[in-house]
Design a protein around this ligand. Structure first.
Ligand code: NAD
Ligand code: UDX
Length: 473
């Protein structure tokens, strides 16, 4: 064959698409196919209007697509062709049945394994790229054994650590690549095959190999630790608002201790995204399953703090605006769960929108990357707010393409995503167009509050001394 190796990735989402595009870019002699059951998703990947927004992604895709990178819905054929099959499908929190609201649903992973078992005609390495509960590899291995052609399969765990908004740089230059495999000669050989793919651009000492269970569990632990830092600093933000301390000063002072480190200490309206909450809940459920209730409660606390932080923000808005926002226009700047992505899964913005809708506010929302359709579907899926159960939803929420128009005539502005473009808005122009007193709520700590106050805004910011209690700080 003209190829050194053939790879298929099942699942062309936020992880499968960018990860495979980078492998293809870095390994021109490997044939990489990204497959999905969704024709719409694959059509998107085959166009210049990619299904996800990620800085630098289109360039990478364009470089490799048609050369050694292909997108297809013909999964049966591509499974047969491939030497390595990645499973990179979604593993959302279960919404019903045993473990509802906590356990990860690995149904999609199981379906992939069953399809591989059914159609494979040669030996293969099957790689869990999805984030899964520890010990999922043993289930995948048992399903693969049902293959009738007597082929052998090695299951590897290779969790993905990329963050959205920086996927391409994270993939090009990862802190580490983690590969877990069975500690048998065949397992170690399979792990080496996968390691040699990454070694095309990643230094060997950053490619870590472990047993299967450590690899699966490390992914949940890494996300739990990161989210824990955000919840820790957010808990302090509440204390700051009451005491006159400033959370940014605390992050700086605490983070300069090398043992603690600077990153992930940015206080915010709360963490969002498809991973943190889901993966911590997954960990909580695992602890419960193994009878470790104290461990489950410990990690549950990280989520409880995040829920408190989101709720606290909405309550602050209402309290500041004379305890009522009914009929008032409030502008929401930012709907994505962080900057540089159009992803809205579990975005804190949505929870603020939900709370303010319940208070009767009229919301005008602006986000440079999020479509109205995506706002509604996530709102309905996660918050249960939809057109059927919430009359006049369309009248209460307006989405705008122009940020100044969004703010025109509003009583309050809320910054809920840290988009760079929000840092340099003409706030004087915004102030002049608003109802007075003009309220400003910075949920991301990206604006110059002193300058805003000089313009005339009444400014509230996460973790900053409450202006009504502490003047001149
Ligand atoms: P996603 O929803 O963006 O993409 C999943 C894709 O899989 C969808 O396009 C879906 O149509 C497809 N799919 C579902 N069942 C399939 C099947 N049987 N065969 C083929 N395709 C199928 O999800 P994602 O954000 O890419 O996440 C995938 C996994 O990676 C999850 O387990 C997630 O926890 C993990 N992860 C995500 C991130 C992230 O930042 N999004 C980071 C690290 C790990
Ligand atoms: C996360 C992990 O970082 C990544 O390694 C993993 O593979 C997937 O989950 P992601 O959810 O894409 O990545 O974004 P991340 O940058 O971790 O941010 C998650 C949330 O935490 C965002 O809502 C972000 O705004 C918030 N956050 C992050 C803070 O509020 N403060 C911080 O200091 C850092």
């Amino acid at each position: 064959s003209e190829w050194d190796l053939k790879i298929l990735c099942m699942g062309a989402g936020y992880v499968g698409g960018p990860t495979m595009a980078v492998i293809a870019k870095q390994c021109p002699k490997i044939r990489v196919v990204v497959g999905d059951i969704s024709q719409k998703q694959i059509d998107g990947w085959n166009s210049d209007n990619l299904p996800i927004y990620e800085p630098g992604l289109l360039e990478v895709v364009k470089e490799a697509r048609g050369r050694n990178l292909f997108f297809s819905t013909d999964l049966d054929k591509e499974i047969q062709e491939a030497d390595i099959v990645f499973i990179s499908v979604n593993t959302p929190t279960k919404t019903s049945g045993i473990g509802a609201g906590r356990a990860a649903n690995i149904k999609n992973c199981e379906l992939c394994a069953r399809q591989i078992a059914k159609v494979a005609k040669s030996d293969k390495i099957v790689v869990e790229k999805s984030t899964v509960p520890v010990r999922t590899a043993s289930a995948i291995q048992r399903i693969l054994k049902s293959n009738e052609n007597g082929n052998s399969f090695q299951v590897l765990s290779n969790p993905e650590f990329l963050a959205e908004g920086t996927a391409i740089t994270d993939l090009m230059n990862p802190d580490r690549v983690l590969i877990g495999g069975q500690q048998t000669p065949e397992g170690l050989k399979a792990a080496e095959t996968l390691a040699s793919v990454y070694a095309n651009w990643i230094p060997r000492e950053q490619i870590l190999t472990t047993n299967l269970w450590s690899s699966e569990l490390s992914k949940l632990v890494a996300n739990a630790f990161l989210a824990q830092r955000v919840s820790s600093i957010n808990s302090i933000s509440a204390l700051c608002e009451s005491t006159g301390a400033d959370v940014s000063e605390i992050s700086r002072a605490v983070g300069m201790d090398d043992r603690i480190g600077k990153r992930f200490l940015q206080s915010s309206v709360g963490f969002g995204g498809s991973c943190f909450q889901k993966d911590i809940l997954n960990l909580v459920y695992l602890c419960e399953t193994y009878g470790l209730q104290e461990c489950a409660d410990y990690w549950r606390g990280v989520i409880n703090m995040n829920d408190f932080q989101k709720r606290r923000f909405s309550e602050k808005v209402v309290a500041a605006m004379f305890n009522t926002v009914t009929g008032k226009k409030i502008s929401i700047l930012g709907y994505a769960f962080k900057k540089d992505t159009g992803d809205v899964r579990e975005t804190p913005s949505m929870f603020v929108v939900r709370d303010l809708l319940q208070e009767g506010a009229k919301l005008h929302i602006y986000d440079p990357q999020v479509s109205r359709e995506d706002m509604w579907s996530e709102m309905s899926y996660t918050c249960g707010v939809n057109h059927d159960n919430t009359p006049r939803l369309d009248e209460s929420v307006t989405t705008e393409d122009d940020v100044y128009k969004t703010c025109e005539g509003s009583h309050g502005v809320c910054i809920l995503t840290e988009w760079d473009e929000f840092k340099t808005l003409d706030f004087k122009k915004i102030y002049d167009s608003m109802a007075k007193p003009a309220f400003f709520f910075d949920g991301r700590l990206i604006c110059d509050h002193k300058a805003l106050r000089e313009i005339g805004f009444e400014v509230y910011a996460i973790g900053k001394p409450d202006p009504n209690k502490f003047s001149g700080v």
